[in-house]
Design a protein around this ligand. Structure first.
Ligand SMILES: Cc1cn([C@H]2C[C@H](O)[C@@H](COP(=O)(O)OP(=O)(O)OP(=O)(O)O)O2)c(=O)[nH]c1=O
Length: 199
């Protein structure tokens, strides 16, 4: 028998948003161990396949590091991408990339795909992906300039963060708001229940 004291949940993510979203469903990870993996898409890889592969590889990388422990250990990982058609938009690290994304997203619909993976103590890997459709208003040059100055786009998939002032660009959204921020809470809670971590 495994007592509750030996149950551990590792969040395999450097994203503070994922930790905060998890807290909203009352889950506090035992440890946070970000996964260091190659995030380059394969040639021709479609966004849904890519995002699921990233979540899986992040969980597997952390599982490989924490083998051999006596604890009952669950590992939760996530990955989020913004897709324009078949194209995967970058996680923007500079102003030019962020500006290019905003121009592309202006006045159009795009998809935000958010995948999670739960690696269980018995070796099972549960995967779920949420898909959210977001439509942005048409952005003026002034709006794009102001958004670039805010720096909120830095390190975000598709060059924006819906949890900040970019919410004011959203004309319509269908799907999971938490998924857009980085951890779809419906899918995450369901996977944690199926995995035996939550009851
Ligand atoms: C579209 C969008 C993305 N994002 C974030 C979520 C993710 O943190 C990030 C996409 O990068 P990810 O590679 O999914 O995650 P990460 O690099 O931040 O963390 P880790 O790989 O260690 O788990 O973009 C927002 O915060 N708000 C948004 O509106």
């Amino acid at each position: 028998m495994t007592g509750p004291e030996t149950r551990q949940l590792i969040l395999a993510s450097a994203s503070p948003r994922r930790r905060d979203l998890l807290a909203r469903i009352g889950v506090t990870p035992t440890a946070i161990i970000p996964a260091d993996i190659d995030e380059t898409p394969h040639k021709g890889e479609l966004p849904a396949r890519y995002v699921a592969r990233m979540a899986l590889e992040k969980a597997q990388a952390v599982a490989a590091q924490s083998q051999g422990s006596d604890a009952q250990r669950w590992i939760l990982s996530g990955d989020t991408v913004v897709a324009a058609g078949r194209r995967i938009l970058p996680k923007t690290e500079d102003e030019t990339a962020a500006r290019d994304c905003l121009k592309l997203l202006s006045g159009r619909r795009h998809r935000v795909l958010s995948a999670i993976c739960v690696h269980c103590p018995d070796g099972r890997q549960l995967q779920r992906t949420s898909e959210t459709i977001v439509r942005f208003k048409r952005l003026t040059t002034g709006e794009i300039d102001a958004y670039i100055a805010s720096d909120e786009w830095r390190g975000k998939a598709g060059g924006y963060a819906i949890q900040g002032c970019a919410e004011a660009f959203v004309a319509w959204l269908g799907g999971s708001h938490s998924g857009v921020i980085g951890l779809p809470l419906l899918e995450t809670r369901n996977a944690l229940i199926s995995s035996g971590y939550l009851s």
